[in-house]
Design a protein around this ligand. Structure first.
Ligand SMILES: NC(=O)c1ccc[n+]([C@@H]2O[C@H](COP(=O)([O-])OP(=O)(O)OC[C@H]3O[C@@H](n4cnc5c(N)ncnc54)[C@H](O)[C@@H]3O)[C@@H](O)[C@H]2O)c1
Length: 267
């Protein structure tokens, strides 16, 4: 019984001694993922540009006895990205896990979609991820260990109206994951996507609180409800831990069954 896989489950999912950076961690999905990794015993470095909310999120996690620090970072600025990585290495001497969660979305009809919104979206959803991940990967290569999780969306693989930049940026990110997984597997670095359906966060506040849209989206998926950011703790711990040790370059889809629904009841 001692060697039974279930008796080792705690160890499989334990992130003790691991150092994680989570971007977009002041609220929503990033905060829930940071909390999950911290509860699994990782030290978490939480980055976001929302200073006050970041302080509150860090306090929420440390008040549970978990290890968390916040570093205010505007990911649209290369120097601030470099500072985040440098400060983390200075404090902890290593980076084991990187969760690229910060993201933005600007809905607008495709035929009039502005260059400004296109560039703003790509700058955070793709360019910032490209920049931070290269810096973090250099450290992970030295360590011969690392685990990178990119937060993507069902919009990376399905068509949605009036949001071309978001979909293109998440689609590109989903594929960038495979390029990095291929290049860095030899250094014992795994790279995977956590691909999300609709979650209740500030990003979706408008549609969540519109009763008609709320119902439509809930009923569109098999589980008939929106995701709660807390639903992401388990999947994030799985991807960040040895529990997923033979998984790389892949997608873990957390969408209540949205993508795999063949027929919506009543339609
Ligand atoms: N909510 C959903 O339904 C949903 C669905 C699919 C994917 N996602 C993805 O989940 C991730 C988190 O989004 P969320 O839903 O929690 O929304 P959110 O708006 O609550 O969180 C996004 C976070 O990113 C931060 N951020 C944005 N620009 C930044 C910058 N320049 N520098 C630093 N931080 C910055 C914001 O301050 C915010 O804290 C995003 O990548 C989003 O695309 C969300």
């Amino acid at each position: 019984m001692e060697n039974n896989i279930f008796s080792k489950a705690d160890k499989l999912f334990n992130l003790s001694g691991k150092v994680s950076i989570i971007t977009g961690a002041a609220r929503g999905n990033g905060k829930a993922i940071a909390k999950g990794l911290a509860r699994a015993n990782s030290s978490v470095v939480m980055a976001d540009l929302l200073e006050q909310q970041l302080i509150e999120a860090v306090n929420e996690i440390t008040s549970e006895g978990c290890k968390a620090v916040g570093i205010k970072t505007d990911l649209s600025k290369i120097v601030q990205i470099a500072n985040l990585v440098e400060q983390t290495i200075k404090k902890f001497n290593r980076i084991d896990i990187l969760v690229n969660c910060a993201g933005v979305t600007f809905g607008s009809p495709s035929e009039d979609y502005s260059e400004k919104l296109w560039n703003k979206t790509f700058n955070i959803n793709l360019n910032a991820v490209f920049r931070i991940t290269k810096l973090v990967a250099k450290q992970m290569i030295k360590q011969r260990f690392g685990n990178i999780i990119n937060i993507t969306s069902i919009g990376a693989v399905l068509g949605f109206p009036n949001n071309p930049a978001y979909q293109a940026s998440k689609g590109a990110l989903q594929q960038l994951t495979r390029a990095w997984a291929c290049d860095w597997a030899k250094y014992n670095i795994r790279v995977n996507n956590l691909c999300l359906g609709y979650f209740k966060t500030a990003m979706t506040e408008k549609s969540y609180s519109d009763p008609k849209i709320h119902e439509l989206r809930a009923n569109r998926c098999m589980l008939k409800r929106w995701g709660d950011p807390e639903d992401l703790a388990g999947p994030a711990i799985f991807l960040a831990s040895d529990a997923s040790s033979y998984m790389t370059g892949n997608d873990l889809i957390i969408d209540g069954g949205w993508i795999r629904t063949g027929l919506i009841e009543g339609q």
